[in-house]
Design a protein around this ligand. Structure first.
Ligand code: ADP
Ligand code: MG
Length: 676
C-alpha cells in the first residue's frame, strides 16, 4: 500500500527517469500527484455520427473498424498506418502517424471512439491522427492534466490511476460536523472523483469539497496571521502632524491623499497596530501619502521604514522623500543590497541607536540583523510584489508595529477584504489635477522611423522617452527584440550623439542606480529597458513610452508601463508597437488605446487571461491555490471565512484531534510563518 508522503518512485511504473519528469512539474510525493488536479475534462460519451458534424469540427465519433491496418513507409522515420472505420453510415478513413503501438492494438470489427478533427468528403470522411479509445473501456469523462512536452496528460493520468488504486481510503481532513453543515463530500470520494468522475454531478460535488477545503485552509492561515497582529501596541501617536506635512509638499494634495493620510494617522492613535492597504491607480500619488504617514510617526518620536520591491524604486523614494523632508530635520538613510558592507554596518548602527529616523530600502531591510531602536511604522510599496511570508516577517520586526501596504493592483474591494481580511482599506480614487490623458497608439514596426522622429522632437523640447523591449539578450531563433541590441542599434544610427541608457533586471544594482539617476536628472534622454521599470519610477519629464512587441505583455502590465509617463503636466504618449497578426492581440492592444482606468483594464485582463494569472502568487502575495479560484469561488470563500472564524473561536491552536489534519495543511500552504 502507498501512503501520501511516499516519493513518487513508489508508484508502480515510475522509474527514476520518469520521476525526474514529474519533479519538473513540481510533483515529488504521491500527495503532489494526487493534488495535481485535472485542468479540464473530455467527455468521451458525448459522441456523434459523421452526419451530425460539420466538416473541420473537432469531435468524438463512435465507429467500428472495418478494414485491416495498412502500413505505408513514406520515408525513413515516417510510417503511416491507414485503416477504415464506419459509424454505420459513413466510412471514416483514418491515418495514424508513426504510432505502431496504437496501430497494432486495433482490432477489426471492434467499436472505438475516435477523437479529432473530421474532414468531410463527398462520399466519406477523413480523420488524421485521432485519439482512439475502445468503446467499451474508453467511454466516460476523462481528465486532462497540465503536462509537459516529455510527460503528456495520458502518462499523468496513468500514474494517478495507479496511485489511487494502491492508496487506502484517504484519511478525512474535515470534521463530520463541518461536512454536514456545509454539505461536503468525503475527501476520499472527492479526490477519486476529481480525477475520474463517474458523471458530472459527482465531479461537481468533488470540486465543491476540494475548493472548500483549500479556501478554508487559506482563511485559517490568514486569520491566524491576523491574530498575530491583534496584540496591543505601545506605539501610539499623540499628535497628528498632517497639516504641517502638507505645507512641505511642492503641490496641493488631492482630497483622496488627505483622507488616506488621515486614515493612517487615525489608526496610529489607537491602541492596536494599524494594518492598512492603500489602493491607488498608477500616478495617484501614493508616495506623498506614505511620506505623510511617516512624517507624523517620526515627529512623534518613532522610527519608520519604507520598503520597495526594486532598488531603483527604493532609490527614487529616497530622493523624493529627502526633498519633501529637506527642512524638517528628519534623518533618512537608504539601505539596499548594493551598499558596501561598511556602509551597511554604519546604517544599521544608526538605526539601532536611533540616529536614523527613516530607513528606505529593499528586501535587504527585512534581513534579520537589522535592528531598530523604536521602529513603529513599516510601509510597503507595490505590495503585490511581496509574499504573505514576507509580510509576516515584517510584522515580526517588532510586536505592535504599524503597517501600511500600498498597491496599484486594483482588486475589487470585497475580494481584497476577503484575501487580506486583516486589512483596512483606503482608496485613492482621484488623480492629481492637471493630468492629461496619455495618448495611446497601436502601430506596427513600419512606423519606427516616424516614431524616432517624434522622439527626436520631444528630446529637443527637453523631454525624455522610455523604450521597453521584452528581452535582455537576443535569443536564437526568436524575433523578439532585445534591449541590448536595440540600444546599440539606436546609438549607432538614428540617435547618434543622443545619450541612451540601458536598464535590465540582472544588472548590478549600483549600475542600475547610476543609470536611473542619470535618467531622472535628464542627462540620459532615452532609456531602453526591460519591464524592470514597470513599477513605481517617476520621471515627470519622460513623456513618451514606446513598447516593442507589445503583444507579449499582459494588459495590467501595459497599464503599469504606460503609467511611467504622463506624470508631469506635459502631454504624454504611449506607443504600442506590434507586428502580431493575431486578432486577440489586436483586441487587447485596442483596449489600451481606448481605456485609461486601471480598474477597468484589470477587469479586462482578468477576463482574458483568467484569474489564475491575475491572482497568481505574483500578484497578491498569497500562496498558490491548486483548485480554488478566488474570483469565481467568491461565494465559497465567504462560507469558508465564516467556517474558519467558528473553528478558531472553538480551538484557536487547532489542538483538537478533528483539527489536526487542517493544522498540518496550513503549514503545508503557508510554510512556518503561521503560528500554530
Ligand atoms: P503612484 O501612486 O503611482 O506611486 P506617485 O506617488 O509616484 O504615484 O506620484 C506620481 C506623480 O504625481 C509624482 O510626480 C508626484 O510628485 C505627483 N503628485 C503626487 N501628488 C500630487 C498632487 N496632489 N498634485 C500634483 N502632483 C502630484
Ligand atoms: Mg508608486
Amino acid at each position: 500500500m502507498l501512503n501520501l508522503e511516499n516519493d513518487i518512485r513508489y508508484i508502480k511504473g515510475i522509474g527514476e527517469k520518469k520521476a525526474e519528469l514529474f519533479r519538473k512539474l513540481g510533483i515529488f510525493r504521491v500527495r503532489d500527484l494526487i493534488e495535481h488536479y485535472p485542468r479540464g475534462y473530455m467527455d468521451w460519451s458525448d459522441y456523434k455520427t459523421v452526419e451530425e458534424c460539420e466538416s473541420g469540427e473537432t469531435v468524438f465519433i463512435k465507429a467500428a473498424m472495418v478494414s485491416t491496418v495498412k502500413e505505408h513507409m513514406v520515408r525513413k522515420g515516417m510510417t503511416l498506418y491507414k485503416c477504415d472505420f464506419s459509424d454505420g453510415k459513413t466510412v471514416i478513413r483514418v491515418t495514424i502517424f508513426n504510432n505502431k503501438y496504437l496501430a497494432e492494438a486495433l482490432n477489426i470489427y471492434k467499436d472505438y471512439i475516435l477523437y479529432g478533427k473530421i474532414e468531410k468528403k463527398l462520399t466519406y470522411a477523413e480523420m488524421s491522427s485521432p485519439k482512439i479509445e475502445s468503446a467499451q473501456s474508453g467511454l466516460g469523462i476523462k481528465p486532462i492534466y497540465h503536462a509537459s512536452e516529455k510527460l503528456n496528460s495520458n502518462a499523468i493520468q496513468k500514474a494517478v490511476k495507479t496511485a489511487l488504486g494502491s492508496l487506502d481510503t484517504l484519511a478525512e481532513t474535515l470534521s463530520s460536523d463541518i461536512r454536514l453543515k456545509y454539505n461536503l463530500a468525503s475527501l476520499d470520494f472527492a479526490v477519486r472523483q476529481i480525477h475520474f468522475p463517474d458523471n458530472f454531478e459527482n465531479l461537481k460535488k468533488a470540486k465543491n469539497r476540494l475548493i472548500f477545503e483549500e479556501l478554508l485552509i487559506l482563511q485559517l492561515g490568514l486569520l491566524k496571521l491576523k491574530s498575530k497582529r491583534k496584540k496591543k501596541t505601545d506605539f501610539i501617536i499623540s499628535k497628528n502632524y498632517t497639516e504641517e506635512f502638507f505645507k512641505l509638499l511642492p503641490f496641493k494634495p488631492t482630497c483622496a491623499q488627505v483622507l488616506a493620510v488621515n486614515d493612517c494617522v487615525g489608526d496610529m492613535k489607537k491602541s492596536f497596530p494599524m494594518n492598512r492597504l492603500i489602493q491607488g491607480d498608477v500616478g495617484s500619488g501614493k508616495t506623498a501619502v506614505a511620506a505623510g504617514v511617516i512624517y507624523s510617526a517620526v515627529k512623534n518620536g518613532y522610527q519608520a521604514a519604507l520598503m520597495a520591491p526594486t532598488e531603483i524604486l527604493a532609490f527614487q523614494h529616497y530622493e523624493t522623500l529627502a526633498s519633501f523632508f529637506k527642512k524638517s530635520g528628519i534623518r533618512i538613510a537608504l539601505l539596499t543590497g548594493s551598499a558596501s558592507s561598511a556602509e551597511k554596518k554604519k546604517i544599521k548602527l544608526s538605526l539601532l541607536n536611533g540616529e536614523t529616523d527613516l530607513i528606505i530600502g529593499t528586501h535587504a531591510l527585512i534581513q534579520n540583523d537589522v535592528e531598530f531602536k523604536n521602529l513603529a511604522l513599516i510601509i510597503t510599496d507595490e505590495q503585490h510584489r511581496f509574499g504573505v511570508n514576507q509580510r509576516a516577517n515584517l510584522a515580526m520586526k517588532g510586536a505592535g508595529v504599524h503597517t501600511v501596504v500600498m498597491s496599484a493592483t486594483p482588486i475589487p474591494r470585497t475580494l481584497a477584504l476577503m484575501i487580506y481580511g486583516d486589512l483596512d482599506i483606503s482608496v485613492l480614487n482621484e488623480l492629481p489635477p492637471g493630468r492629461r490623458e496619455i495618448r495611446t497608439d497601436v502601430v506596427d514596426s513600419r512606423y519606427h522611423n516616424r516614431i524616432y522622429n517624434f522622439v527626436k522632437k520631444a528630446i529637443s523640447r527637453g523631454e525624455q522617452a522610455y523604450i521597453v523591449c521584452p528581452l535582455v539578450d537576443a535569443a536564437n531563433g526568436n524575433d523578439l527584440i532585445s534591449v541590448k541590441a536595440y540600444a546599440e542599434n539606436l546609438a549607432g544610427s538614428v540617435f547618434k550623439g543622443v545619450n541612451i541608457g540601458l536598464l535590465y533586471g540582472k544588472m548590478k544594482s549600483a549600475d542600475k542606480e547610476k543609470i536611473m539617476r542619470a535618467f531622472v536628472d535628464g542627462s540620459i534622454k532615452i532609456l531602453v529597458s526591460t519591464t524592470v521599470i514597470e513599477v513605481g519610477v517617476d520621471v515627470p519629464l519622460a513623456t513618451i513610452m514606446i513598447i516593442e512587441n507589445a503583444e507579449r505583455f499582459g494588459l495590467s502590465q501595459l497599464h503599469q508601463l504606460r503609467g511611467r509617463v504622463g506624470r508631469g503636466n506635459k502631454k504624454s504618449y504611449c506607443i504600442l508597437v506590434s507586428d502580431s497578426k493575431s486578432e486577440s492581440s489586436a483586441e487587447r492592444l485596442n483596449i489600451m488605446k481606448k481605456y485609461s482606468d486601471g480598474f477597468f483594464i484589470a477587469d479586462e485582463d482578468l477576463k482574458q487571461r483568467g484569474p489564475g494569472d491575475f491572482f497568481g502568487n505574483r500578484q497578491h502575495g498569497l500562496p498558490d491555490l491548486k483548485i480554488a479560484d478566488m474570483l469565481s469561488d467568491m461565494d465559497t470563500l465567504k462560507l469558508c471565512r465564516e467556517c474558519a472564524d467558528d473553528i478558531l473561536k472553538e480551538d484557536f491552536n487547532l489542538d483538537l484531534p478533528e483539527y489536526k489534519a487542517l493544522s498540518l495543511k496550513i503549514t503545508d500552504m503557508f510554510g512556518n510563518s503561521v503560528p500554530n
